[in-house]
Design a protein. Structure first.
Lengths: 110, 110
């Protein structure tokens, strides 16, 4: 039972490159979230999904896109990476308001 | 004004000390509240839920005051292993999302 997993764990991009972060869960939770966390700061919600095939914008959605084609997977895409997107990205799932987080992806954009 | 505000600290206390963290929230739509713990470079993990009646889990006591929109966490007999960042969270069940404070950093010293 892996819980919530994220791929990749680390990535370095050049400005303008694109990439997709994958979040996978085996907890059968309906709700999934993508957050970013900058040094010394809290978590900011990028996008979230309340079920398969649905997505919604969070607090800081600009520059990101998401897809939830399967219940167990939530993908976060960066179409044209910018240095301001250097951060740690956490995926989470939830049931009854309790959130379960993946280990994070550390992204650096040069 | 942030929806969830915490004193960032840092709090530096000796082993065995009692330490209290405070948190205020401004979104009256938040229905459930939690404290999460985040170790350095790790994902947040649920520490405990917070109820109006107060709840205790070993050395940890959490309290919610809805009238004052105030949440607290008390740690008694601090251990070195309590060193971490503590995140206050308000959850809007209807909207399916949560708001995290920026965290309070605790360092327990020998």
């Amino acid at each position: 039972n892996a819980g919530v997993t994220q791929t990749p764990k680390f990535r370095v991009l050049k400005t303008g490159q694109s990439m997709t972060l994958l979040c996978a869960q085996d907890m059968n939770h309906e709700y999934m979230y993508w957050y970013r966390q900058d040094p010394g700061m809290g978590l900011r919600l990028i996008h979230y999904s309340v079920g398969e095939g649905t997505t919604a914008k969070g607090e800081v959605p600009d520059g990101y896109n998401v897809s939830r084609l399967k219940k167990q997977n939530f993908l976060l895409g960066l179409e044209s990476a910018a240095p301001s997107q250097t951060s740690v990205y956490f995926c989470a799932t939830s049931e009854a308001d309790t959130q379960y987080f993946g280990p994070g992806t550390r992204l650096t954009v040069l | 004004r942030k929806e969830v505000e915490q004193d960032p600290g840092p709090f530096n206390v000796p082993e065995g000390a009692t330490v209290a963290f405070n948190c205020t929230y401004s979104n009256s739509a938040s229905q459930s509240f939690f404290w999460y713990r985040q170790d350095c470079r790790k994902e947040p993990k649920l520490l405990m839920s917070v109820y109006s009646s107060g709840n205790e889990d070993g050395r940890f006591t959490a309290q919610l005051n809805r009238a004052s929109q105030y949440i607290s966490l008390l740690i008694r007999d601090s251990k070195l292993s309590d060193s971490a960042t503590y995140l206050c969270v308000g959850s809007n069940t209807n909207a399916g999302k949560s708001t995290f404070g920026d965290g309070t950093t605790l360092t327990v010293k020998p």
